[in-house]
Write a protein that binds this ligand. Structure first.
Ligand code: TEU
Length: 587
């Protein structure tokens, strides 16, 4: 199979450049939870090979594979001990090569997860760095002396020699972002778990090694990268503490650092400039648009990534801590999407996602996972596939999978859930598990990580053995086999959405214009390309809602897609049923 590169894609009527990755639908596979072929309760690469037919039938164009590299699995593979080896639990390099070939045989491309803000503490580089302050690889990581506890305002558990961490940064998984290493008497930075020390990108040898490793994977024939927290790689000079009075938190200090565009430019020149799909995960709350534009601009000052993931829509319902939630409504959600649709209207490109391995299930979060599970899953799918950008479907989303009914702390596996909650319980910041149960049920990353529900057999057909994390008890009703057998299912609707994109340039390239930014339950918009126009209307409510549509849109419109049986004719007053989604071809 050959994939054309597209250094200079054709221009569409609105000036947009044709690119294969704009036309694509990406499917995300979290290997640990996808399918277990060898009966150890953990998903693996052969399990994915066995299920490529499912992806082919769905019609997706690209697989993003979450990390399968050798790893102690402190953060399910985001703690890498060897970038060039496959973890035993997932299989062998030969299995991985077979996966790549099988996907390519089905015209599906493969992008790999690139995790280079940090390594595992079990990586050889870090092991060497621990041997002495002068070790060859010491400077691959970020080491500092501690501060004198007596001179610091914040409260810490005072460490050895009366020291506290070098600055007040907090880990994204709770607690200080620094760990003390007794043998060498310094602290190392870890913005995530203490088993994930941050790499020091200021050191040119680190960049050489990272770029060489990327080229090594490219030589193997992959089609791009998803880049984990890539806007953290440049740390601010002097590593200044936060400034609560000025509203500057750790996340503001560590994102989009002074050399980030220089580093990504170097990556573009030395590794990437070949028509790949590259998507950078950019954390931030919010992510400044001027940085976002540079990350994805193909122009001379741009870093040239295809697209990025921002977090703004998935932070709406979040409090500061994992056990806190926040109120949001549909106008907030629309405002976020409208802002990002506008940000890349002329240059750059959006990714579109409502789920991933770090997020609770969209239907439980933005839809109704009870009475209207099916309708709301389809409505959210319609949104995802008809905004302007490249849609990312996370495993199980196409089946309408829901959040898990967690009952106790023992049900969780995620370090990003357990670390902060255990610390808070120890310190009495949180009274009891029960006091935070509802919020953890809503927020935990483990909601996304329960096994894919393939059938109504034991363990949902995921494995012959007890899985590493429990199967959602609703697998009898929600599973791939049942979905495939029912023409009216979420799965078949997703297939139609993917096909609709492939057959209509206006879905991919059309301009986006919102019609109802202030409406509490309706989201209506148009997509326009030359003389083609789509008109989309979505009812985000358990109740019927009436919409007086602009006359010029509904005049001769025909219904192209919808999640209910078509009703009679099109009239200016649209009566939308609960969670109804309609896509019209307007003229
Ligand atoms: O995620 C970055 C990240 O910031 C999230 O883990 C965030 O803390 C979480 O979504 C809060 O809701 C990436 C990976 O996607 C994640 O799985 C890794 O744990 C993390 O980086 C560290 O590599």
């Amino acid at each position: 199979m050959t994939f054309e590169t597209d250094a200079a894609g054709e221009r569409l009527p609105n000036g947009e450049r044709r690119r294969w990755w704009k036309e694509a639908v990406v499917y995300q596979v979290y290997p640990r939870s996808f399918a277990d072929s060898d009966g150890d309760g953990v998903g693996d690469i052969r399990g994915i090979v066995d299920r490529v037919g499912h992806l082919d039938d769905l019609g997706v164009d690209v697989v993003w594979l979450n990390p399968v590299y050798e790893s102690p699995q402190a953060d399910n593979g985001y703690d890498i001990a060897d970038y060039r080896a496959i973890d035993e639990q997932y299989g062998t390099m030969a299995d991985w090569e077979e996966l790549l070939d099988t996907l390519h045989d089905h015209d599906i491309r493969l992008i790999m997860d690139l995790v280079v803000n940090h390594t595992s503490d079990e990586h050889d580089w870090f092991q060497n760095a621990l041997t002495s302050r002068d070790a060859d690889y010491r400077d691959y990581y970020v080491w500092r002396e501690g501060r004198d506890a007596a001179e610091v305002d914040e409260t810490y558990d005072v460490g050895p020699d009366g020291e506290v961490p070098p600055n007040d940064w907090e880990s994204f998984f709770g607690g200080p972002a620094w760990a003390y290493h007794e043998a060498t008497g310094e602290w190392y930075l870890h913005l995530f778990d203490r088993k994930q020390p941050d790499l020091n990108w200021e050191n040119p040898d680190v960049r050489d090694d990272v770029f060489e490793m990327m080229n090594w994977w490219i030589e193997k024939g992959i089609d791009g990268f998803r880049m984990d927290v890539i806007n953290l790689v440049s740390k601010p000079e002097g590593l200044p503490s936060t400034d609560p009075e000025a509203g500057i938190r750790t996340i503001d200090r560590v994102t989009n650092g002074p050399r980030v565009h220089e580093f990504l430019g170097e990556m573009r020149d030395r590794v990437l400039d070949r028509g790949f799909l590259t998507v950078g995960e950019m954390i931030g709350d919010p992510l400044p648009v001027e940085h976002a534009r540079r990350y994805v601009s193909p122009g001379p000052d741009g870093d040239g990534l295809s697209m990025l993931f921002h977090f703004e829509h998935v932070l709406l319902d979040r409090g500061e801590r994992i056990w806190e939630t926040a109120d949001w409504d549909l106008t907030d959600l629309k405002a976020v999407f409208d802002r990002w649709q506008a940000a890349f209207a002329d240059e750059g490109w959006n990714s579109l996602y409502l789920n991933n391995h770090d997020q609770p299930r969209m239907v439980s979060r933005f839809g109704n996972d009870g009475e209207y599970r099916r309708e709301s899953a389809k409505l959210l799918g319609t949104l995802l596939h008809t905004l302007r950008g490249t849609p990312y479907v996370y495993q199980g989303e196409e089946l309408g999978m829901t959040n898990y009914p967690f009952e106790s702390l023992d049900d969780f596996r995620d370090v990003g859930t357990l670390n902060p909650v255990r610390t808070a319980l120890d310190r009495g910041v949180v009274e009891s598990f029960d006091a935070v149960k509802e919020a953890l049920r809503a927020n935990s990353r483990d909601n996304a990580r329960t096994p894919v529900q393939w059938s109504d057999e034991e363990h949902a057909g995921f494995s012959d053995a007890e899985p590493w994390i429990s199967v959602n008890p609703n697998y009898g009703e929600v599973n791939a086999e049942a979905e495939r057998a029912d023409e009216d299912s979420v799965y078949h609707y997703y297939r139609r959405l993917v096909e609709f994109r492939h057959e209509n340039d206006v879905v991919v390239y059309g301009d986006y214009d919102p019609l109802t930014p202030d409406h509490e339950s309706l989201w209506a918009y148009t997509r326009t390309l030359g003389d083609e126009r789509l008109f989309v209307v979505l009812n985000f409510a358990d109740e019927a809602t009436t919409y007086d549509a602009p006359a010029e849109l509904v005049g001769d419109a025909t219904l192209a897609l919808g999640n209910y049986d078509a009703d009679d004719g099109v009239d200016e007053t649209l009566d939308l049923r609960p969670w109804e989604a309609r896509v019209y071809r307007a003229r």
